[in-house]
Design a protein. Sequence first.
Length: 208
Amino acid sequence: MLELQLNMDIETFALAGPDLPHYIRDNKPLVIKMIASRRDRKLVGVQVAGPGNGAKRLDVAAGMILMGSTLDQLADVDFCYAPPYSTVFDPLAACAHMLTNKLDGIAKGISAFDAKERIEKGDVLLLDVRTPAEFETNQLPYNVLHITLGALRGKAAELLRDKDIIAFCKISLRGYEAQRILNAAGFDRVQFIEGGIVGWPFEVRILK
């Protein structure tokens, strides 16, 4: 592997979401994968996929990598904002924040590839925290427990503590919140699928 050849110790995070606010008609999804050094938190790589506007994000990332910037510096960039051009919190900055949280041990994200392998090996509780309307639109093709995020605190006591839990939602912002809620309730074997269903590169069961 390249990271071993270069003596690098890296961490990654994949973020999925729209390139523009959801109420802008022309918004399109994109997935950003960010790579940073665990040793000094420097940004070492960014990939963008999807029909959304990835060029402006890659341009910023290329400049930050050239200057030897850290994730914390990227997260502090004051990106331009207006609804026709970007979300309030730019996806690139959001990805930097999430990777920072992952390095700090706060976010327990797992890639779609690792999640699929874990799920198919069994003995994992897959937790979908989307709304009922979302759940009735599309689903991952596995046995899934559906508890909306708003109901999770009240139903957490019903979950088994001796089982690995992998949470997700549309883009896994709520999946991350579910991980934090369950951590606060005393569950320490919880992760979330980075990118959620939007970033899931495998089969999805379409219901509507």
